[in-house]
Design a protein around this ligand. Structure first.
Ligand SMILES: C[S@@+](CC[C@H](N)C(=O)[O-])C[C@H]1O[C@@H](n2cnc3c(N)ncnc32)[C@H](O)[C@@H]1O
Length: 229
């Protein structure tokens, strides 16, 4: 059965090319993943197809209207249930980490259908969040123009955790952040490049020595680059 993600957005074109490439494109082709992109504007009810308006109380920018968003969401989620999770991409949300992604997806996805809502402009009427959103997720402490790129990041991170999408499970379980460590340095051909050689131990064929070297390098670089981990 494929894992379903619906994305509510005002800019569907952002997703089309990106999602057809590489591992995600393959996951969709192999039916591990089913992605549906919904144009929020199609749920507007006035003749101008308005999706936003000025904030009550004044202030800068335009807000996405709760009624239009609600109609778009309701067409995806007729009934709230544990099998469906609605996530609003927001700089105010829980910071996305590998730990969080894994807790949703491993050993098997904790829900069947993920609905991602991309805000835009100055943001979203709070009542939509109150009524429909299960969790707000942020991709970092900075502000993007819209939720589209954050949604793509989330889709990318979750896709490679769907069982069967990454062929060799070790390549997921040995990734950075596993066990609180960054991955060790890696090398491929040529053996020497611009005077820099591959560490001797990696050419030795001694698997125990290679494992010790990699574990040590992993610890060293985590301490240097991300002591907070
Ligand atoms: C310009 S932002 C609005 C920011 C809002 N005025 C605030 O100060 O919290 C427009 C939309 O981009 C998305 N967005 C911006 N930064 C994000 C982040 N770091 N993580 C996830 N989504 C983000 C959200 O969907 C947000 O509604």
């Amino acid at each position: 059965m494929s894992f379903k993600i619906s994305v509510l957005t005002l800019f569907p074109e952002v997703f089309r090319e990106t999602l057809s490439a590489s591992l995600i494109g393959k996951a969709i082709k192999n039916q591990h993943l089913d992605i549906e992109i919904i144009q929020i504007r199609d749920s507007a009810t006035d003749r101008h197809r308005s999706v936003d308006d000025t904030p009550y109380g004044g202030g800068e920018g335009m807000l996405m209207r709760a009624d239009v968003l609600y109609n778009a969401w309701k067409s995806m989620v007729p009934e709230k249930s544990g099998a469906v999770k609605t996530i609003m991409l927001s700089p105010q949300g829980t910071l996305l980490t590998q730990e969080i992604a894994k807790s949703w997806m491993i050993p098997v996805p904790q829900f069947e259908h993920l609905v991602l809502v991309c805000g835009h402009y100055e943001g979203v009427d709070e009542r939509f969040i109150e009524l429909c959103v299960d969790q707000e997720i942020s991709v970092g402490d900075y502000v993007c123009t819209g939720g589209e790129f954050p949604a793509l990041i989330l889709i990318d991170v979750l896709s490679r955790l769907i069982p069967g999408v990454v062929k060799n499970p070790d390549s997921v379980s040995n990734d950075s952040f596993e066990g609180g460590l960054l991955k060790y340095p890696q090398y491929t051909k040529p053996q020497t490049f611009k005077g820099l050689s591959v560490p001797e131990v990696l050419l030795s064929g001694d698997h125990a020595k290679i494992a010790t070297f990699r574990a040590e390098e992993s610890r060293k670089r985590t301490k240097k680059k991300r002591p907070d981990l």
